[in-house]
Ligand binder design. Structure first.
Ligand SMILES: [Zn+2]
Length: 80
């Protein structure tokens, strides 16, 4: 592939990813249902603290990893 075309393609891809990430953040902020007390985010489901590493990766997390995994597992089952 032409190096110029390749660069353009990569640029486009990076832009798509940035747009998607921005959309996700806006979406999460819009229906922000986080359970926050004194700046600490708790899981909506089990009311345990949400892991800091998780919040760093996903600032709008509403559930801890365990509950999120469980919810996704159930949704997956339900979908079948
Ligand atoms: Zn939880």
């Amino acid at each position: 592939m032409d190096p110029v075309d390749r660069a353009k393609q990569e640029e486009q891809l990076a832009r798509d990813v940035a747009i998607q990430q921005a959309k996700n953040t806006i979406e999460a902020a819009k229906n922000n249902k986080q359970y926050i007390i004194n700046g600490i985010v708790y899981c909506l489901y089990c009311h345990e603290l949400i892991d800091k590493q998780r919040l760093k990766a996903r600032p709008y997390s509403t559930h801890c990893i365990d509950c999120k995994t469980e919810i996704e597992r159930r949704e997956h089952h339900h979908g079948k």
